[in-house]
Design a protein. Sequence first.
Length: 383
Amino acid sequence: INDSYGHAAGDEVLKLVARRLRQVVRMSDTVGRLAGDEFIIVLTEVSDGDVGGQVAEKITEVLSEAFQVLDAELFCLPSIGITYYPDQAETVETLLRNADIAMYHAKHSGNDRYLTFSSDMAQRSVELMNLETDLRHAVNREELELHYQPKVGGDGRTVVGCEALIRWRHPRLGLVSPGDFIPLAEESGLIIPIGRWTLAEACRQFMEWRRHGISPPSISVNVSVRQFNDSQFLDNVRDVLDGTGMPAGCLDLEITESVMMGDVERAVSALNTLKAMGVTLSIDDFGTGYSSLNYLKTFPIDTLKIDQTFVRDVEHDTKDAAIIATIVSLAKNLGFQVVAEGVESREQMDFLRSNDCSLFQGFWVSRPLPATDFSIFLKNSAA
Ligand code: C2E
Ligand code: CA
Ligand code: CA
Ligand code: CA
């Protein structure tokens, strides 16, 4: 069970969960608290093959109802793993391990609230667990690096900024992309030291470019929800700015709409503090989150980044085209800048331009580049 902030749920919440779970099952079944926010349910004398799935759906439903009553802002998401005795395991240890592995996969799948154990899961989870162990050392062993992708203006070549994108140079696996380890980093809390490193490294690199007279006007750094919600985050930003001598106005922080799913007041106050420091703020992946447009009024943001899923088929899909046109005019009317991400072709760029969007990022301009290659790109585009 995790709450909507991605934190482990509090004790009060867990008691409620336990009560509700007991209502879902029969007298002959068992509900136990395994550890922390993990529960175990033993269903006896199950004949029909998919009873586990039915119970899992019921649990999800009952919990979401319970939390709507408790607090409309809060929702608790269970991840459920199912395994069957004696088909899949005969000992208690193996049953528990199977259920745990299936639960772990449900949690990381993004879509599935519950999954039934299968033997290929076991193999994959060994890999994932190894990855988590390795990630623990990645910062100290200096295995992380940042690549930089230019953000350009309407002419398609004037660099107006760049986005720092993290990579992990794994000793065995080679270059691991953030999609493969950021979720793991968030789940394990490692995103806090990793995020701190990223911020410091991006600012350090920016100042180095500046000393060589080639820095882009600004640099954007991705901030994950868990990092944003960390109590040290604001101090960390302040320390990095002070420590590197980075002008605050050259630092842009990219957050997603999901920061709205937590404590809104706290989020607004944190964003105001950041604005007061002088940094600029972008909403990343705009249009893919779950939050209402209402926050656009209260959030002191500067830029909306149109998610690349809308850009991908823009020439063929009239709905995507309409969405983009709408986001651009929304941004203009509210006084935000708007950046289109994932621009891969001249046609896409032309469409965006004709719809009043004049800031772009994407493979059409350049892939994210290692720092040295990016310096060369900067020198060439300045020439
Ligand atoms: P994002 O912030 O939306 O970053 C854009 C992603 O799209 C990057 O993937 C980038 O390489 C890719 N991209 C850029 N142009 C194109 C294009 O024209 N076509 C296509 N198909 N893709 C394009 P990447 O580097 O793999 O990063 C994936 C995600 O990982 C990022 O999505 C961001 O959410 C996260 N991430 C990356 N670096 C960091 C970081 O330092 N901290 C945190 N918290 N998250 C990060
Ligand atoms: Ca948890
Ligand atoms: Ca981003
Ligand atoms: Ca994005």
